[in-house]
Structure formats: C-alpha cells, structure tokens
Write a protein that binds this ligand. Structure first.
Ligand code: BJ8
Length: 425
C-alpha cells in the first residue's frame, strides 16, 4: 500500500483520511466476500482488483496520463464510453457506494439527498477518491434532479461537463439526445486533442460491445437451477466493469464464464437446494455497496439477477456496426443508450416489462425492489412495478435504505419473513 503514497499525495488526496478509508476495507471485504465458500477460482482476479482498488488501477491511469492520455470520469451509463475510448481516453465510473464520504457531503448538500449522490460528491470535497482526482474531466448528466444540482456544485471543485439526457423517448427527445452526443464528441476531442474518426469510433464501440457480450454470457450462467456463483460475486463483477481496462476485463470475465459453464456441466452449485431465487430491481449499487445482496444471501436466498445500471441495464444493449459514417455510428450509439429504461424516463412501461421478462428468464421466486432513500425515480416507479408483479403472482418486497449499516437487523427481519412467505407458497 505504501508504494502508492507519493502517487496519492501527487493526486492531492487527504492522506490521513484516505488511510482510514483503505484501512477499513480489507476487514469488510474479508467478512463479506472472502468468507463465502466454494467460490469460483476466477473470482481471484476480482479479489485482486479490490485489494488494489486505489493502487494498481490508479497507477495505470497515471501512466496513461504521463504519456499524454486523458482520463474521463462519469456518473451514469448514458455517457458513451466508446466516444472516450475512440479519442484514446480512459473512461472511469465515479458513482460511489461508500458511507465513508457522506459526512463530507452533508456539510454542503441537503441531508435528504440520495446516498449515491452524497457519497460521490463527498469523495471529491473530502479528497479521498483517486479516480476523481485523476480525472481530467468529469461528466455529469441531467437524469434525476439531485444529480443535476449536485453537478453544479461539483463544478466549483473540478472541471465538469454536463450532458443533457431527455426524460421522454419521443422523436424530438431522440433528436435532442443525438445532438448532445455530437457535443460530447466535440468536448472529448477538445479535451484529448485527438480527432475521432469513423474507424476509431467503430473500433471503440466494438470493444464496448465485446465487454457487454462477455457480461451477458457471464450473467446468463445465473439462469440455471444449479447456480455456479453467488449473487454477491456476480454483483462485484458487474461493479468492476466500470473501473477496469476494457480488454483485460473482457478476457477475465470470459475466463470466469468458462469456469462457470464447466461448473454448470458438473452440477456444482454454491447454494443449497431450494434457496429462493431473487431478482433485485432498482437503484444502482456502486462499490462498495454490497449491503442488500449480503442481507439476502446471509438469509439463505440466492440473488440471480440485477435489473440495475450496475447489471442488466448496462450490459443488455449492444450498438453493433452502422453504415460506417461518423453520423451513422453516433446515431447508433445514441439509439443504444436510449434503450436503457432508467426510472428518470416517463412514461417507462418498458422497464416494467423488462422486470417481468427477467423474472421469467431467471425463474425467480420473488423480486426485491431496491431504492436508495430519497431516490424519487425508483421509489415512485416501484408502485407500477409492484402492481405488475402482483398481477403476475410474483412476490415482491420493497426495500428502501442508504449506505448506513444501522438498519441491517431490521432489514434482515423483513427479508426472513419474505423468504418464509415464498417457501410456504
Ligand atoms: S441511467 S439509474 S446510472 S441516472 S439512485 S442518483 S436516480 S436519486 S443513479 Fe442512474 Fe444513469 Fe439512471 Fe442508471 Fe438519482 Fe436515484 Fe440517486 Fe440514481
């Protein structure tokens, strides 16, 4: 760890505070992750990534910058990573899932703001995240109100660019979004000093599609009766997709999928027979937010899928090749992004249908609707989703929580009652 101190100091981190953060992580990870039994060997790579979360990957980013490359931080899957890659930049996800940074944000943001927004902002103002410090530019978007207002304040501390994401999927909204993608392309070119060509963009999109295809294959291994991997481990893989080098990550996920498919062939499961299968749907879970999966799986359930931007809403949509022109490729990217049915859109019946489809494809016994406290989009949309699930006779449990562990006992009691109800059906 000490090898990186100079790098962290150069990045302007508050070293004392940062030591506290990194000092706490190994015990938490050991307790939640390494204590699981019969994990696939391929998870060793992801354990390594976490052990080096503020070390080796950040060093790679700094080496890239030393060679004149740029790092672009993002907070939402609506920001097209292929455009950044096409300009030789490295995109990195900045959404934060740690309670640690929230006190720093609460001195500025209203307390009744969702934990993801507070944690992300707190990491910047508290100077405890090397990824945001390493970012030459951070890119926000106009999705939920809390995020857009936070970006105005974030811009006081860091070079920030905000993309407009529409709230409907009408023809005029699509035209607006395409225009935004053009502006973003221009902004990335200005930042990197690299002109994006149709070929470089097509190549970058192909890398992103390969990553998503690998994630689709990996997550498909969770459809079987004899589950080869825990929901906690699967969540981690989906989370790491936002930090890691795109080519290396794709290779590692494919290697892990080889192992999972072999486990499936040999009937090797990490769960006992009859563990209730659950789909978790709702707000994204950024590293190290493992709370709900932990409670669910500690209680004897198996999480088999995430209808989340850290999960299905990210990997499900591929761009493919277009007519080979710059405009055609950018249009294909814009169309792909607007396939994502984030709860910030209205109306959003497609998301309800996605959840029903996932429940069917993954043979779930129940759905947990997860929303972060004060997340209006997902908490409100839970009403319609809940009605549809009830009509389809699929049990549903609504969990609203934040990053604090204080309510875990109460959550576990509700989860236990939910699982009992499922078993008695
Ligand atoms: S496309 S889900 S990544 S906006 S949890 S900050 S919605 S109050 S994160 Fe998201 Fe893009 Fe949508 Fe996906 Fe607001 Fe809710 Fe907080 Fe959220």
């Amino acid at each position: 760890m000490s090898d990186y101190r100079q790098m962290w100091a150069d990045l302007g981190l508050d070293l004392e505070k940062h030591d506290l953060l990194l000092g706490a992580l190994p015990a938490i990870y050991e307790n939640i992750y390494l204590s699981q039994e019969n994990r696939p060997e391929g998870m060793g790579y992801f354990d390594f990534v976490i052990s080096e979360i503020h070390g080796l990957r950040v060093k790679e980013l700094m080496d890239h910058k030393a060679k004149g490359g740029k790092v672009i931080g993002t907070y939402c899957v609506f920001v097209p990573e292929d455009v950044v890659l096409a300009a030789g930049g490295v995109p990195v996800g900045l959404c934060a899932g740690a309670q640690f940074s929230i006190p720093d944000a609460e001195g500025v943001l209203p307390n009744n703001t969702c934990a993801l927004i507070k944690s992300s902002f707190g990491f910047k103002v508290g100077r405890t995240c090397p990824y945001v410090q390493a970012s030459d530019l951070v890119v926000g978007e106009t999705t939920c109100d809390g995020k857009k207002k936070m970006y105005e304040l974030l811009a006081e501390h860091h070079p920030t660019y905000v993309m407009e994401v529409p709230q409907k999927k009408t023809a005029s909204a699509r035209a607006l979004f395409f225009d935004e993608i053009l502006h973003f392309r221009d902004r990335v070119e200005a930042e990197t000093g690299v002109r994006i060509t149709p070929d470089s963009l097509t190549a970058a999109t192909s890398l992103v599609d390969s990553k998503k295809t690998a994630l689709q294959r990996f997550n498909a291994a969770r459809k079987v009766a004899s589950l080869p991997i825990s929901g906690l481990d699967a969540l981690l893989v989906n989370q790491v997709s936002f930090y890691d080098d795109v080519v290396r990550f794709t290779d590692k996920v494919n290697a892990l999928s080889d192992e999972l498919e072999s486990r499936i062939k040999h009937g090797q499961s990490v769960f006992s027979d009859g563990a209730p299968r659950l789909l978790v749907a709702g707000s994204p879970m950024a590293i190290p937010n493992w709370k709900v999966h932990r409670v669910l799986e500690d209680s004897g359930a198996a999480v088999v899928a995430e209808e989340s931007c850290i999960g299905f809403r990210y990997y499900n949509y591929l761009t493919g090749e277009s007519d080979g022109t710059m405009e055609g490729q950018l249009r294909a990217i814009a169309d792909r992004l607007l396939e994502n049915h984030c709860a910030c859109f209205t109306p959003n019946e497609e998301r309800v249908q996605d959840i029903l489809n996932l429940a069917n494809e993954y043979s779930v016994d129940g759905v947990v609707q997860y929303s972060l406290s004060f997340c209006q989009p997902y908490a409100n949309e839970a009403v319609k989703v809940g009605r549809a699930l009830t009509a389809a006779k699929i049990p549903v449990l609504n969990i609203e929580t934040d990053y604090n562990d204080g309510d875990m006992g109460q959550m576990k009691a509700r989860v236990d009652a939910f699982l009992e109800m499922i078993k008695d059906r």
